[in-house]
Design a protein around this ligand. Structure first.
Ligand SMILES: Nc1nc2c(ncn2[C@@H]2O[C@H](COP(=O)(O)OP(=O)(O)OP(=O)(O)O)[C@@H](O)[C@H]2O)c(=O)[nH]1
Ligand SMILES: [Zn+2]
Length: 335
C-alpha cells in the first residue's frame, strides 16, 4: 500500500471511506451543475489558464477545493465569468478524477512532492546526444517515473548532427522504449517533425528534459504557434518566457493530440515510487514476483525473480534492466 503522507492531491484517486458511516457526504455530488468543463493549460502563481470551449479563461481555485490542487492537464469544472475577457477571473469548483498523475519529489531545491502533470498518457524524455552529454541515470529516473505513473515512455534523442545515437539506442532497446532520433535541421525541413507528430497522435504527451537539450526547438517545430508565443511574452499566458516555472499544454495542429512542455529539469526525484507499480511495465517479469517476500524491492537476496529468470521464463537482460531502473531510486551525487 502506498502512503503519501498529507498530500492533498491523493483524494482524487481514492474515495475516502466515511468514518462515521452514518452521514453520507453531501458534497460528493457536484452542486455546480451549470459549471463549464475546462482543461488546465498552465498555472502561474495561483492563476490557472483554462481552455473552455475554445476560449482561454483565467481562473482561481474556489475555496471549497481546500488544499487540493489543480495542475496542468487537469479537467476542471469552472463557474463565474467565462468570457475570457481581460481582468476577469473565474472559479474552479471541481477537479475531475485523473487518469494519471506524473509526480516528482525531492529536488535539491525543492523538498516537496509535486504533481507535474495530470492525465498525460505518454512521457517524452528529451535527451541531447551531445551538448549537453546524455545522462543515462536521468533518463532511467524519468523512465521509472513514467512506469510508476502508468505513462508510456518515448525517447526523443536530439542533436544527432553532433553525435551518434547507437549506444543509447542499444542500451534502451532491451527496455523496449520506442526512440526517435532527430536534429534541428531535420525538424525544420519537416520530415522529423512528422515522425514525432505520428508518435504523439491522439495522445497527451508530457515532454521532460534537462535544460539545453533542444526541447524548445523540438516543441516549436511541433507547434508552430508556439514560436510566436515564446518570442517575448507568451500569447497564451501573457507572461515572459523566462519566468516559466509551470508546465504548459499546447494543442498539436489539427486536433492531433497535446504537447505538455515542462520546464527544464536538473533532476527527477523519485522518493514516491512504488516498485510494484514499476513492475507493471515488465509484463514478462511480473508473474515471477508471486513468490517474492512481502514488499520485495526486487533487488534483494530473496527476490524470486532470479529463479524466474534462471528457469528460463524471461530474458536475464530484462531483469538486469529492471534492477538498473529500480536502483536509480537511491540518490547519488549528480542526480
Ligand atoms: N547542434 C545542434 N544544436 C541544437 C539542436 N537543437 C537545438 N540546438 C541548440 O541547443 C541550444 C538549446 O536549445 P533549446 O531548444 O533552447 O533547448 P531547451 O532544451 O529548450 O533549453 P532550455 O530553454 O534551457 O530549457 C540552442 O543553442 C539551440 O540552438 C540540434 O539539433 N543540433
Ligand atoms: Zn522480488
Amino acid at each position: 500500500m502506498r502512503r503519501y503522507g498529507k498530500n492533498p492531491d491523493e483524494d482524487d484517486v481514492r474515495v475516502r471511506p466515511n468514518r462515521k458511516g452514518n452521514r453520507p457526504r453531501t458534497n460528493i455530488r457536484p452542486k455546480h451543475e451549470d459549471a463549464a468543463e475546462g482543461l488546465v493549460l498552465t498555472v502561474d502563481r495561483g492563476r490557472l489558464t483554462c481552455l473552455i470551449e475554445g476560449r482561454t479563461v483565467t481562473a482561481m481555485k474556489a475555496r471549497e477545493l481546500g488544499r487540493k490542487s489543480a495542475v496542468v492537464g487537469d479537467r476542471v469544472a469552472v463557474v463565474g465569468d467565462l468570457s475570457g475577457a481581460k481582468d476577469t477571473l473565474a472559479r474552479i469548483v471541481r477537479v475531475e478524477p485523473r487518469t494519471s498523475t506524473l509526480r516528482r519529489t525531492a529536488d535539491d531545491d525543492d523538498p516537496f512532492e509535486r504533481v507535474v502533470v495530470a492525465n498525460a498518457d505518454q512521457l517524452a524524455i528529451v535527451t541531447a546526444l551531445a551538448d549537453p552529454e546524455p545522462r543515462p541515470r536521468l533518463i532511467d529516473r524519468c523512465l521509472v517515473a513514467a512506469y510508476d505513473a502508468g505513462l508510456e515512455p518515448l525517447l526523443v534523442l536530439t542533436k544527432s548532427d553532433l553525435a551518434s545515437a547507437d549506444a543509447l539506442l542499444e542500451s534502451y532497446g532491451t527496455l523496449g522504449v520506442p526512440a526517435i532520433v532527430t536534429n534541428r535541421d531535420e525538424l525544420t525541413d519537416g520530415s522529423a517533425a512528422e515522425q514525432v507528430r505520428e508518435a504523439l497522435k491522439g495522445r497527451m504527451t508530457a515532454f521532460v528534459g534537462h535544460s539545453g537539450v533542444g526541447k524548445t526547438t523540438l516543441v516549436n517545430a511541433l507547434v508552430p504557434e508556439r514560436r510566436r508565443a515564446t518570442g517575448n511574452v507568451n500569447a497564451v499566458t501573457g507572461r515572459g518566457r523566462h519566468t516559466t516555472t509551470s508546465a504548459l499544454a499546447l494543442p498539436l495542429p489539427g486536433d492531433a493530440g497535446w504537447v505538455i512542455d515542462t520546464p527544464g529539469v536538473r533532476s527527477f526525484g523519485l522518493a514516491h515510487i512504488d516498485p510494484s507499480r514499476v513492475i507493471h511495465a515488465f509484463p514478462d517479469l511480473e508473474p515471477g514476483t508471486v513468490d517474492c517476500p512481502r514488499a520485495c524491492s526486487h533487488d534483494e537476496q530473496d527476490c524470486a525473480l532470479d529463479q524466474w529468470v534462471a528457469d528460463g521464463h524471461a530474458d536475464p537482460a530484462r531483469l538486469h534492466s529492471l534492477r538498473r531502473l529500480l536502483s536509480t531510486r537511491e540518490r547519488r551525487e549528480g542526480d
